[in-house]
Write a protein that binds this ligand. Structure first.
Ligand SMILES: Nc1ncnc2c1ncn2[C@@H]1O[C@H](COP(=O)(O)OP(=O)(O)OP(=O)(O)O)[C@@H](O)[C@H]1O
Length: 677
């Protein structure tokens, strides 16, 4: 046995193992087996956005709506989508999402909705909302897990062909679909009246359309409004997708219709091949393994973008690999040499015409349609590249408009107070009303003479009334915090704000230079809504639940440049507004005393008082002419020197009093309905 000695030189015996062996390699081998991807994600559903009932509802709607939009756009159809959420029993909701898309072929339906990691988008580099092939099947799996109810799908590819109807459950052990209806085969519903009668008889939910897909999932969920809600997701989707019509019937039977403001589809996204700079050594090895028998030079030319015969030749020379060698003969050290050669060789950046931005015009339209304000600016940056993947950043900004707290009705406030799961009235205000900062919430609580820690559900009728009045009357514009709407490939991102490259770039920028107040490193204050869109063939999310964008320096830089572009325009507009205000205050002071001045002077020199007064007014108006300055909807002063403030084409200025959109639309819908009744 080994002996050891201490510093004092006294020999000691090594201690015996504490206990006998607990298991053996053989015993352990008996319990080692393959884990199916469904089992893994069923256990780790938080990784996919199913952390709690509230978020699960949003994730389910989101996955289905995003798929519908992708499918419609890919098929060249202007999307129309129906979203219906209805409560079933306590803590459970049934979610139905239908589109007017191309429909899905019969044999594909079970695989799409009942198998994880099955999709059309993972292996291609093309801008789309979905990437992974997990989304909708994971939502179905969550539904089955929490309620035991199968996912129901009806899909139709043409008006003349039968619709296919399936009730499916995912077999998590095998990651395979299990079809429950039509003796395991699903059901075909004939076109025409016969089919309509069948749909009615069996209570199948379907808005009659010549083609499209409807998925219905029942799940354990919680319906809330405000931040991170389905309402917010759909509203933000309407902003970034002005070509979409959305009909939304919520669990309380409020109907929202976001009608399209653009009649054209975004240009078709092009698929590209990977760029050599974006491929890691492991991926290169797999690509080589999967390639057909061809020369190394041909392999590089056909499987990558931007590799010309000259580039392929240079790569092989640098790697000291013959360009005519069969790619299957390339061994591991040679793969390492080829990888190193890629990094050393100058290759033109990937083509960027595969990115479809929203465009400045449509950003302005979308923002104006949904976010109240008086000044709008947009900037679409030129495409750029990170890790070999092309991407493009767009920024939109809306300034002004009344705060959401001021648009509220008493009835809506009571509903919100009842629904909220926040513990204090302060939290309730901050979490329910977008862009309301803690300072503004404190102001309202103080004006309502309530205690900050008071529980929102425990308010007495009198206290509710006081809160309502305070919300209407307190000017929260100053305490209001900038609201940032983040988008990736036109999909709103609603969680993990702090971890996202967009939020970090916004708070890291100095907005004081653009006329907003801001404490160092935090969000600027003011009635401003900002949207930042990142379009890419592959969006680098920080996790599978696709909630935040990773901070690549190239992406950070582009976001910063986009923010600066709209910030500069806002600064110019605010400075002009301030000047107009200062001049009109000055004129008011003049006018207040001119009458007295005219009387006094005419007493001294017997001049005609009226004439003198009129002349003095004329002088005052001339000296304060800027107070009369009116800007047109592009920020150019009307009847003024047009060179003085030219904000360009990518801004929109509106009279805030004429703005129809209200942030919280529930109240407005409710009032209309009451009036009709
Ligand atoms: N409404 C639909 N109409 C037509 N095809 C659809 C529809 N919904 C899903 N699909 C098809 O099913 C595939 C799988 O969808 P799923 O939501 O599981 O993943 P994904 O959208 O590819 O990626 P992600 O997991 O990132 O959302 C899609 O790639 C698409 O081809």
């Amino acid at each position: 046995m080994a002996k050891s000695s201490t510093k004092t030189g006294v020999a000691t015996r090594a201690p015996k193992p504490a206990s006998a062996r607990r298991s053996t390699a053989q015993a352990m081998a008996a319990s080692q087996k393959e884990i199916s991807v469904s089992e893994f994600f069923a256990k780790n559903r938080h990784l996919l956005g199913f952390d709690n009932p509230r978020k699960s509802l949003l994730t389910t709607v989101k996955e289905a709506v995003d798929n519908s939009l992708d499918a419609c756009e890919e098929a060249g159809i202007l999307p129309e989508i129906w979203v219906h959420i209805e409560p079933t029993t306590t803590g459970r909701y049934k979610v139905g999402i239908q589109d007017n898309g191309p429909g899905i072929l019969k044999k594909q339906i079970p695989l799409i909705f009942g198998k994880l990691l099955y999709g059309s988008k993972f292996h291609r580099l093309r801008q789309s909302r979905g990437q992974q092939g997990i989304g909708i099947s994971a939502a179905g799996m969550y539904g089955v897990q929490t309620t035991g109810k199968p996912v129901k799908i009806i899909s139709k590819v043409s008006v003349r062909k039968p619709a296919h109807y399936y009730e499916i459950q995912i077999d998590t052990r095998r990651n395979e679909p299990k079809i429950l209806n039509g003796k395991g085969e699903g059901v075909d519903i004939p076109p025409g009246e016969k089919g309509a009668a069948y749909i009615e008889k069996h209570g199948i939910e379907w808005v009659d359309q010549p083609h499209g897909t409807r998925v219905t999932i029942e799940l354990e969920a919680k319906f809330v409004r405000g931040r991170g809600s389905v309402d917010e997701y759909l509203q933000q989707t309407a902003i970034a997708n002005p070509h979409v019509t959305l009909h939304y019937l919520d669990p309380e039977d409020y109907q929202y219709d976001y009608l399209r403001s653009a009649e054209v589809l975004p240009p078709e996204a092009k698929e590209i091949k990977p760029h050599p700079y974006g491929v890691e050594v492991g991926r290169l090895a797999t690509m080589i393994e999967e390639a057909e028998a061809q020369s190394v030079s041909e392999f590089f030319r056909t499987r990558f973008s931007r590799v010309t015969p000259a580039v392929a030749k240079r790569l092989c020379e640098t790697a000291k690999v013959s360009s005519r060698t069969n790619v299957h003969k390339v061994d591991r050290p040679q793969i390492d040499q080829l990888y190193a050669a890629i990094q050393e060789t100058k290759i033109s950046p990937p083509a960027t015409d595969c990115i479809c931005p929203i465009g400045e015009g449509l950003i302005l339209k979308g923002l104006h349609q949904v976010v109240p304000g008086e000044f709008y600016a947009a900037a679409t940056r030129p495409p750029s590249v990170y890790r070999g993947n092309p991407f493009q950043v767009e920024v939109g900004l809306a300034y002004g408009g009344s705060a959401p707290t001021q648009n509220i009705t008493m009835e809506l406030l009571l509903d919100l107070l009842e629904e909220t799961d926040t513990r204090t009235i302060r939290q309730f205000l901050i979490h329910t009303f977008n862009g309301l900062g803690s300072d503004a919430a404190d102001k309202i609580v103080k004006a309502a003479t309530l205690k900050t820690r008071q529980n929102p559900s425990g308010l007495k009728p009198k206290e509710r009334q006081k809160l309502f009045e305070a919300m209407k009357n307190v000017n929260v514009a100053e305490g209001q915090q900038m609201e940032v709407m983040r988008y990736a490939n036109r999909v709103p991102l609603q969680f993990q704000q702090a971890a996202c490259c967009v939020t970090q770039s916004v708070s890291g920028m100095n907005w004081r230079g653009y006329g907003l107040s801001q404490s160092r490193g935090s969000m600027p204050k003011g009635p401003v809504s900002l949207m930042v869109h990142i379009a890419s063939v592959w969006v680098p999310f920080t996790s599978e639940s696709k909630e935040a964008i990773a901070s690549y320096p190239e992406i950070q830089k582009e976001i910063r440049l986009g923010l600066q572009a709209v910030g500069r325009k806002l600064g110019m507009y605010l400075r002009r507004r301030l000047k107009v205000k200062q001049q009109s205050d000055r004129r008011e002071v003049f006018l207040r005393y001119l009458k007295e001045v005219a009387t006094a002077v005419s007493e001294i020199n017997a001049a005609e008082e009226r004439e003198l007064y009129d002349q003095l007014v004329k002088v005052a108006e001339k000296r304060t002419a800027e107070a009369d300055m009116k800007l047109d909807d592009r920020g150019r002063p009307i009847e003024e020197d047009p060179t003085e403030l030219n904000l360009g084409d990518n801004v929109l200025i509106v009279d805030p009093a004429q703005h129809e959109a209200a942030i919280n639309r529930v109240g407005a819908v409710e009032e209309e309905e009451l009036e009709e009744d």
